[in-house]
Ligand binder design. Structure first.
Ligand SMILES: NC(=O)c1ccc[n+]([C@@H]2O[C@H](COP(=O)([O-])OP(=O)(O)OC[C@H]3O[C@@H](n4cnc5c(N)ncnc54)[C@H](O)[C@@H]3O)[C@@H](O)[C@H]2O)c1
Length: 366
């Protein structure tokens, strides 16, 4: 088998995880493009990447034999870059969120179908050891049907910089709802990615201009620029299957601490996957856990599953799976069809929050 050749567009914060996952699976990262070529060069040097470009078109023209491209740019550029790479016959690995909205995601799905190439996203939380451990119980029928679930990524003070692309809706698509879709995706995956039926959501803008709510990471504040996204959003979705899901997302809200979890209640067992971020939100001090809750012989039984620690939160595993998928060694861990359902729910959360009305996802086909 020949070594798959990959290239990266956007020397973003996730590029190192992508590279580690790609090389662990036996692929070679041959080139990197960034509109800021000094950033591409700084990233490539020391990692053995010898070719640097300003944009994707230039990079593909110079390396027509590339098998795949990974996209790590601000959200607004996901759709055009993904579609260009697919149309040029490359498999694509794209950072989350998939796109700015469902209409963009539909176009990306069509492009992947037309090209026959794999389009996979960095829903890295599915590839975390805890999520994988719980999923085996779900897949093997031991949890039963998941009736209800709660997906939370709530931060007390986690605005990722003021006035940069994260807080500019035209570039990001929105605030925490679209920036932190991981637990929503994880809950939907556990539930079997059912077809949504109705949704009710509310968004809040308190604290979005308050520097006391800035996170310990993200990008530098930029002066005189836009901050027009929500600080928090809470909603509920029901599905045609009778299942229901509550969603909580925030960058800035009076919570006790950052909570990153999916909890669920099945007909045979309940369970949860959780990450507690440690000091100042640093990954290496975080604690991951997963548990199942059952009733056995008249007793309430809790099953605490011990898994390996993964500081990368599944990012390396997920990138490695992409390389396996393009070689036909393993199925891709997520699909564009699932990404479309996710983006329809995100659209409907914003629509319901703006209209202050429930959204029928059936009627609008949103
Ligand atoms: N999976 C995760 O846990 C995770 C974590 C952080 C960020 N992300 C996602 O990664 C993506 C990038 O975020 P970031 O924080 O690294 O952003 P960033 O702003 O730090 O980096 C983005 C890079 O892309 C470059 N760029 C922008 N448009 C480009 C284009 N059209 N062509 C070439 N280069 C271009 C910029 O110059 C910059 O170097 C976002 O979609 C974000 O949501 C995912």
């Amino acid at each position: 088998m020949t070594t798959p050749k990959l290239a990266i567009v956007g020397a973003g914060s996730m590029a190192d995880y992508h590279c580690k996952g790609f090389s662990r699976a036996g692929a070679e990262v041959v080139a990197i493009a960034d509109m800021d070529t000094s950033r591409a060069r700084a990233f490539g040097e020391g990692r053995g990447i010898k070719h640097f470009y300003k944009d994707l078109s230039e990079m593909i023209a110079a390396h027509p034999d590339l098998d795949a491209v990974s996209v790590i740019t601000p959200n607004k550029f996901h759709k055009p870059l993904v579609i260009e790479a697919l149309e040029k016959g490359k498999h694509v690995y794209c950072e989350k969120p998939p796109a700015l909205n469902a209409a963009e995601m539909r176009a990306m799905l069509e492009a992947s179908k037309k090209s026959g190439k794999i389009l996979m996203f960095d829903f890295n939380n599915r590839a975390r050891p805890e999520a994988q451990a719980i999923f085996r119980y779900i897949r093997d029928g031991r949890v039963g049907k998941i009736n209800s679930a709660q997906a939370s990524w709530i931060r007390r003070a986690g605005i990722p910089g003021f006035g940069g692309w994260f807080t500019t809706r035209a570039l990001s698509g929105g605030g925490p709802v679209i920036d932190l879709p991981h637990m929503l995706d994880l809950a939907l995956w556990f539930m079997g990615y059912p077809e949504p039926e109705y949704l009710l959501g509310s968004a809040y803008y308190d604290f979005i201009d308050n520097k006391a709510f800035k996170g310990p990471w993200g990008i530098p504040d930029s002066a005189n620029s836009v901050t027009d996204v929500e600080a928090a959003c809470h909603g509920m979705v029901t599905f045609k299957t009778g299942q229901s899901l509550m969603v909580r997302s925030s960058w800035a809200e009076m919570n006790e601490r950052e909570v990153v979890s999916v909890t669920f209640q099945g007909t045979k067992m309940g369970g949860k996957v959780e990450r507690f971020f440690g000091i100042d939100g640093l990954d290496e001090t975080s604690i991951d856990s997963c548990k199942l809750f059952a009733e056995e012989y008249g007793n309430q039984v809790d099953l605490a599953i011990k898994t390996k620690k993964d500081e990368s939160m599944g990012r390396i595993n997920n990138a490695a799976n992409f390389v396996d998928a393009i070689q036909g060694i393993a199925p891709p861990m997520n699909s564009p069809e699932q990404a479309l359902i996710l983006m329809r729910i995100i659209d409907a959360l914003y629509e319901s929050a703006a209209s202050k009305k429930p959204v029928s996802m059936r009627e609008t086909g949103s």
